[in-house]
Write a protein that binds this ligand. Structure first.
Ligand code: ADP
Ligand code: GLC
Length: 481
């Protein structure tokens, strides 16, 4: 099966969040099951070296304001199709934001261009390689399905995957013409969204199937609380919507071989994890001899992640003898609040503002538990890394967090299947109680160690989910015959 993935980020090349991890990992898992996957993404400056090793497979004289070409390259075991269009992607700032932290003003053009080029590849192929199916990810690839729908030619099936419905790519209707979108698509059952153009909505209405990244989020999306205005659209397409849980790259995230760690360890050498904790305490200027657990947070600092609630819980956390090491970036006010909290609780709370891949590994390796109090979480990956590293997840009961962590209630503890703590309602008092429960469990070293071993045995790889994607893709292809 030949698959074209279309996405705006892919680890290890360009990453702002979990989408990149997923796009970097699934193709390898699918390849192991016999599929041929090509990942199409913009050739951002971070990909310059990879770009230089590739071969041009398609050229565009004038593509949305400048010349563009498609370059095929293989890097880190991933077959990439890079859309090289410097006028669109060679920018200061991040891949989505300008140097002032605002969306690039032409994001609609930048990602419509990606989708339009992907639609070309879907129909014409490159060098004789024509995909059997396209999997478009998030709003940045939402228009792939629209461009294919408006073309009069035969098209492969399209699956649109929702990683986070909070980001919908909604723009002024005036963009339709310049982006080459047919006016007849602009209606409520099409890509019109409250008088504007919804890129993700286009993907939801024009795809053959829709997936999202956990079964619980697939159900939550049908409610006004989580659907963010698209719940009705999704309800109408409920039969085509499935939740397939994300996995993680077991090679990149392995405490036995992780080069970022001070000391490697495994299920049978859990004692060695303490050395990583010592290193982490030094890095965050935390006192070396706290009695309670060392909690960590590795996160974007946005409303989604619920970390404002954690600020309210810090006095209680410190009083219980626990510590917190936080790595994150995002909302300036929240960054500031954690820096101030660290100075209010020296030796007990440490905060590093920024994005640091190696440090994120060291934190999974050294912390006792990871806090994820998200208000909503389509899947979440840091709890999966936590399970793999014996760093017990303390999570809000929502989305993929609810699907991957087994709460240490009495029944689960007795059955020996608990892997972490879930809390609900998702509120500061709820989180505070969860922190208290974690501290109580930590005070019983045998119980805690048993949970760690159970967590480390929990299957978090891609095998099962990659199979679920392949089954879905196969069913769609058979449906076309
Ligand atoms: P989301 O995609 O919503 O941000 P996920 O849990 O799915 O949430 O994925 C987040 C990914 O980004 C994880 O790989 C996590 O380790 C990483 N990450 C988040 N913030 C940082 C940071 N400040 N430094 C390093 N890695 C981070
Ligand atoms: C989004 C979601 C996160 C999910 C990731 C990868 O960024 O916020 O929950 O794990 O996509 O699917």
């Amino acid at each position: 099966m030949k698959l074209l993935f279309v996405a705006s980020e892919c680890a290890p090349f360009v990453k702002t969040g979990g989408l990149a991890d997923v796009i970097g990992a699934v193709p390898k898992a699918l390849a192991g099951m016999g599929a041929q996957v090509r990942v199409m993404m913009p050739a951002y400056p971070a990909l310059a070296e990879v770009l230089a090793t590739g071969a041009e497979v398609m050229g565009f004289a004038d593509f949305h304001g400048g010349p563009a070409r498609l370059v095929a390259a293989n890097a880190q075991g991933i077959e990439l199709l890079l859309l090289d269009a410097p006028h669109l992607y060679d920018r200061a700032g991040t891949i989505y934001l300008d140097a002032n932290g605002q969306d690039h003003r032409d994001n609609h053009v930048r990602f419509a261009a990606l989708s339009m080029a992907a639609a070309r590849v879907a129909q014409d192929g490159i060098a004789g390689w024509i995909p059997d199916l396209v999997n478009a990810h998030d709003w940045q690839a939402g228009l792939v399905a629209a461009y294919l729908r408006q073309s009069k030619r035969a098209t492969p099936p399209v699956v649109t995957t929702i990683h986070n419905i909070a980001f919908q790519g909604v723009f002024d209707p005036g963009v339709m013409g310049p982006l080459g979108l047919a006016p007849e698509l602009f209606h409520p059952e099409g890509l019109e969204f409250y008088g504007r153009v919804g890129f993700l909505k286009a993907g939801l209405v024009y795809s053959d199937a829709i997936t999202t990244v956990s079964p619980t989020y697939a159900r939550e999306l049908l409610t006004p609380e989580f659907g963010m205005g698209l719940e009705g659209v999704l309800a109408a397409r409920q039969a085509q919507l499935t939740g397939i849980l994300n996995g993680i790259d077991l090679d990149a995230w392995n405490p036995e071989t992780d080069p970022a760690l001070d000391t490697s360890y495994g299920m049978r050498s859990l004692g060695r994890k303490a050395r990583n904790r010592d290193a982490l305490r030094r890095r965050f200027a935390l006192s070396p001899d706290a009695a309670g657990p060392l909690f960590c947070v590795i996160s974007r600092l946005t409303g989604q992640k619920g970390l404002d609630m954690l600020l309210d819980c810090l006095p209680g956390l410190v009083e219980r003898g626990a510590q917190l090491a936080l790595l994150g970036s995002g909302d300036t006010a929240m960054e500031q609040a954690f820096v101030e909290a660290a100075s209010r609780h020296p030796g007990h709370v440490g905060a590093i503002i920024g994005y640091d891949e190696a440090l994120s590994h060291q934190m999974q390796g050294g912390a006792d538990a990871i806090l994820i109090p998200s208000r909503f979480e389509p899947c979440g990956l840091t709890q999966l890394y936590g399970l793999r590293y014996g760093t017990l997840p303390v999570v809000a009961r929502t989305g993929g967090l609810a699907d991957t962590v087994i709460d240490a209630n009495d029944a689960a503890l007795q059955a020996g299947c608990a892997t972490g703590i879930q809390f609900s309602p998702i509120s500061a008092p709820g989180l505070d109680q969860a922190i208290a429960r974690a501290c109580e469990l930590f005070a019983e070293p045998r119980v805690w160690a048993a949970m760690q071993r159970r967590a480390m045995r929990h299957p978090v790889g891609w095998d099962q989910s990659a199979r679920a994607y392949l089954d879905l893709f196969t069913a769609l292809l058979e449906g076309r015959q």
